[in-house]
Design a protein around this ligand. Structure first.
Ligand code: HEM
Ligand code: HEM
Length: 125
C-alpha cells in the first residue's frame, strides 16, 4: 500500500473519532451550534471522503491492472485535503470569518479536483 493510502485511511479514522466527539458535545450543548457544519464536514469530508481517497488509490490501479504512476502527488493531495478540512472545521466552529474559511475551502476544493484528475488518469490514462 502506498503512503498516500495509509495516511488517507489513518486520518479518516482520526476525523471519525474527532467528528463523533464534536457531534456528542454539540448534541449536549457543550459546543455552540456553529459547530454543526464543522461536525457534518468532519464526518463527510473527513471520515467518508478520506476513506474513499485511501481505498481508491489502492484499488483503482488494481481494478485497471496498471501501476499507479503518481504516489507523490497523491500524498500531496491527501495532505491538502486534511489541511483544507482542518481550516474549514476550525473556521466554522470558532467563527473565524468567511475570509479564512474561504481560503481553506479553496484548498479542499483543490484537493477534490486533484483527486478527480488522478483517478481519471488511472481509469483512462
Ligand atoms: C457519535 C456519533 C454522532 C453524534 C453524537 C452526532 C451528533 C450530531 C448532532 C447533535 C447534530 C446536529 C443535529 C441538529 O441539527 O440539531 C448532527 C448533525 C449532523 N451529523 Fe452527526 N453525529 C454523529 C455521527 C455522524 C456520522 C457518522 C455522520 C455521517 C457520516 C454524521 C453526519 C451529520 C450531518 C451531515 C449533520 C448535519 C445534518 C443537517 O444538516 O441537519 N453524524 N450530528
Ligand atoms: C470543498 C468541499 C466543500 C465545501 C467548500 C462545502 C461547503 C458547504 C457549506 C458552505 C455549507 C453550508 C453550511 C451552513 O449551513 O452554514 C455546506 C453544507 C453541507 N454540506 Fe458541504 N461542502 C463541501 C463538501 C461536502 C461534501 C463532500 C459533502 C458530502 C459528502 C457535503 C455535505 C454537506 C451537507 C450534508 C451539508 C448540510 C450540513 C449542515 O447544514 O450543517 N459537503 N457545505
Amino acid at each position: 500500500m502506498i503512503l498516500a493510502s495509509r495516511l488517507a485511511l489513518t486520518t479518516a479514522l482520526l476525523w471519525f473519532v474527532a467528528a463523533n466527539l464534536v457531534g456528542l458535545l454539540l448534541g449536549l450543548g457543550v459546543l455552540p451550534y456553529n459547530w454543526r457544519p464543522a461536525h457534518a464536514h468532519m464526518q463527510l469530508l473527513g471520515f467518508v471522503t478520506l476513506m474513499i481517497y485511501g481505498v481508491a488509490y489502492h484499488a483503482l490501479p488494481r481494478f485497471r491492472g496498471v501501476v499507479f504512476r503518481r504516489p507523490g502527488l497523491a500524498l500531496f493531495q491527501v495532505g491538502l485535503a486534511n489541511l483544507g478540512l482542518l481550516g474549514m472545521a476550525l473556521a466554522w466552529g470558532l467563527g473565524l470569518g468567511t475570509g479564512i474559511w474561504g481560503a481553506f475551502a479553496a484548498l479542499s476544493l483543490a484537493a477534490g479536483l486533484l483527486f478527480t484528475l488522478l483517478a481519471l488518469e488511472i481509469l483512462w490514462g
